[in-house]
Design a protein around this ligand. Structure first.
Ligand code: FAD
Length: 348
């Protein structure tokens, strides 16, 4: 199926200019739209002028209503909030959500449908694309027009420019770190986005829904910032040797107001949960400051943090590849350097 669909991605004739309208699959949490979904709004703005942007929110309960109110007022570029309220949509299961996207697209005929490139978007968009019979373009980092996109390939070692020549809608997942929220995306009191309910009558009759079941979510409650959006990330590698030693890094993160990240080797060794993994098969981050302790700098790790503004690396091996991407490198033992940092950094 993948090989067949790729045919619509080859560089070819530019389709006629069309009117732009974008549907954003948005995630919400505790009554607010997630920052990664607001980055999708920033990306949608790059598609062209006069792009009418609608945000699709689904779920059930009071937090959905709060999120809708937040969405309607949180970004001046959102012109409409579509609210799909159903118990069937209480959890982001791909079958129900993909069907929802299909229903909404049939009514709205959007030129683009976009989600952030996290587990939510990566789960839903391919299935929605199959239902709509189009080929999605994933992990977009740059938008050069309504049908011209840049995306990394070979673990970020090369950039591929892709022209979409398929039929509408053009489905995209975007890397939210490449479309940061700007000053114009601040909450606006005078924004007048309408909130409209989606007619879900056809959705409730669909057999595909109910074939997968939500069991539970296991995630760590923490006061630290979200790894994907944190301004500072402190990451530990296999060299930390144990979950207990990761506490050192957590203390440093607390002092710096940072998020904690980890290499896959540290995750596989069971020092920290999977959700902290940074890299090609983990989270993509681009903080203002990225501090790597005992991280060798494998290509798969670099793929997830190379866009960080300032990279600081501490490694006892002067030849470690991490030093090739680091702005500041310190050759030394992390078990001496972290305690020293903790001592010298002021209390928050
Ligand atoms: P190591 O490579 O073992 O490096 C440990 C480093 O710590 C060394 O450089 C050593 O000099 C240094 N060190 C040791 N002791 C100390 C000390 N006391 N003080 C200071 N420095 C010290 N990896 C990821 O991180 N993210 C991914 O998403 C990812 N995806 C992958 C996908 C695929 C398909 C594959 C094949 C691999 C993937 N990997 C990923 C794994 C990756 O190739 C590396 O194995 C991994 O990143 C190495 O982790 P590390 O740097 O913690 O460990």
């Amino acid at each position: 199926l993948g090989a067949f669909r790729k045919r619509s991605l080859v560089t070819g004739v530019v389709p006629c200019p069309r009117s732009l309208s974008t549907l954003i699959l948005a995630e919400h949490e505790r009554g607010a739209v997630k920052a990664s979904s607001l980055s999708v709004v920033e990306a949608a703005k790059c598609l062209g002028e006069d792009n009418s942007i609608s945000l699709l929110l689904a779920g059930s309960g009071p937090s959905l209503q709060e999120a809708a109110a937040h969405a309607a007022s949180c970004h001046p570029s959102i012109s409409q909030v579509l609210l799909a309220e159903s118990d069937k949509l209480a959890y982001p299961l791909a079958e129900a959500w993909a069907k929802l996207v299909h229903v909404v697209q049939q009514k709205g005929s959007y030129s683009h449908i976009i989600a952030a490139s996290g587990s939510f978007g990566k789960n839903i968009l391919p299935r929605a694309a199959a239902l709509l019979d189009v080929s999605p373009i994933t992990d977009v980092t740059e938008i050069s027009g309504s049908n011209l996109f840049v995306r990394p390939i070979y673990a970020g070692n090369a950039l591929s420019t892709v022209r979409y020549t398929g039929s509408d809608p053009c489905l995209l997942t975007i890397r939210s770190t490449s479309f940061p929220l700007g000053p114009t995306s601040a909450p606006s009191v005078c924004n007048a986005a309408s909130v409209d309910k989606v007619d879900l009558s056809t959705l409730s009759e669909d057999d595909a829904i109910g074939k997968s079941k939500y069991i539970s979510l296991s995630s760590q409650e923490t006061d630290r910032p979200d790894l994907g959006n944190a301004r500072i990330v402190v990451t530990g590698g296999r060299a930390l040797k144990s979950a207990e030693n990761f506490r050192l890094l957590e203390k440093l993160a607390e002092k710096l107001g940072a998020a904690v990240g980890a290499t896959r080797a540290a995750v596989d060794a069971g020092f920290v949960p999977n959700e902290l993994q940074v890299g090609q098969t983990g989270k993509i981050v681009a903080p203002e400051l990225y501090m790597a302790f005992g991280v060798s700098g494998a290509i798969q790790h670099i793929a997830g943090m190379r866009d960080s503004k300032v990279i600081v690396a501490v490694n006892k091996d002067a030849d470690a590849p991490i030093f090739q991407v680091a702005d500041y490198g310190l050759v030394g033992d992390l078990f001496e350097i972290i305690p020293e940092l903790l001592e010298k950094l002021p209390e928050k």
